[in-house]
Design a protein around this ligand. Structure first.
Ligand code: GDP
Length: 314
């Protein structure tokens, strides 16, 4: 049986609390009246350092761990740095989970990404598609690390009876995203590119690929609500998808971002750049049955993310 708890009575460690996902989770926990939330910046605690991670978690003794710490990046970063994406993610997640086990932490949520599913999985992608075919090569290293994390969660459940769970969100965006053009995902890259083009009065902006791949995008604040709900209600070895259930072609995303930013020039497609996975639409029936659905529309989420970008990045 999953032990019941009130947010006000628990201490939660959010690994990656300063990142896109972690900072949204901290906002949601605080709004829910969490007893205490803790986290360390990477300069304070290097999660690839096993001993330091064990010491920090043993000393803090949280009741719950949310693992939102990862080396993440867009299609270029991921495909050109497979060594770091595989190694750092395996080290981070294994150290956190081993330290949580050593400290006897019974509730842990591990977050991954929809890229764990096979390139040719049937759409929308059900959780049961995991490991049924080869991965998309451009994000294979990251996906391999996250898949081993899912299995490590399952292993702690079956071997030690831990109430640990994993959830796989679709493409995320929101305040605090990475807007660096070399390493970011597509949505923040579009905000950055179209904003620069509007400011400089450029007649055209060049973006990557053919624009035909389809992606779904959820706002991190919606994901954060899903995380809190799952920690209360979900207790199964199988990972659970967190998505919108609806996707758009990258070309349409480009037009929508251009319109939110107010860029009126043309959009050119550099087809020498990779498209990546043709489609990765998540089947979200399982999480919907638990009573969660996203609340923030793409248009509204883009508008507030652009405001954040203007205030903090531009
Ligand atoms: P993916 O979902 O793992 O493929 O990662 P991305 O978010 O980086 O890329 C999604 C899609 O957007 C791919 O088809 C990219 O080629 C396309 N794309 C178009 N322009 C850009 C850009 O400026 N940056 C990024 N990261 N992707 C872009």
């Amino acid at each position: 049986m999953l032990p019941e708890f009130a947010w006000g009575d628990v201490k939660v460690y959010v690994a990656g609390h300063h990142g896109l996902v972690g900072s949204a989770v901290v906002r949601a926990l605080e709004a829910a009246g969490v007893g205490e939330v803790i986290g360390w910046r990477s300069a304070e605690l290097d999660l690839t350092d096993r001993q330091a991670t064990f010491d920090a978690i043993a000393e803090a003794k949280p009741d719950i761990v949310i693992d939102a710490a990862a080396k993440v990046g867009g299609i270029m970063a991921n495909s050109t740095h497979p060594v770091e994406f595989l190694r750092d993610n395996v080290l981070i997640q294994t150290n956190i989970m081993d330290a949580a086990h050593a400290t006897d932490i019974n509730r842990l949520l591990f977050l991954g990404s929809s890229c764990i599913y096979p390139r040719h999985a049937s759409q929308p992608i059900r959780e049961s598609s995991l490991m049924t075919g080869p991965l998309e090569p451009t994000n294979q290293a990251y996906a391999m690390a996250k898949i081993s994390g899912i299995f490590y969660i399952e292993a702690h459940r079956s071997q030690y009876g831990r109430h640990w769970i994993s959830a796989m969100p679709t493409n995320l965006y929101g305040p605090g995203d990475n807007f660096n053009l070399e390493t970011s995902h597509v949505l923040p890259a579009f905000i950055h590119r179209f904003h620069d083009a509007k400011k400089s009065g450029a007649a055209s902006v060049t973006v990557w690929g053919t624009g035909t791949p389809r992606r779904e995008f959820i706002h991190v604040d919606d994901l954060a609500q899903a995380c809190l709900m799952l920690l209360k209600k979900y207790d199964s070895p199988e990972t659970i998808n967190v998505g919108l259930g609806d996707d758009i072609p990258i070309r349409e995303l480009a037009e929508t971002v251009a319109s939110v930013v107010g860029y009126e020039g043309s959009i050119e497609w550099d087809t020498s750049k990779p498209d990546g996975m043709p489609r990765k639409l998540l089947d979200t029936s399982r999480i919907n049955e638990l009573g969660w659905k996203p609340e923030i529309s793409l248009r509204d989420g883009l508008a507030t993310t652009y405001e954040w970008y203007l205030a903090n990045y531009a």
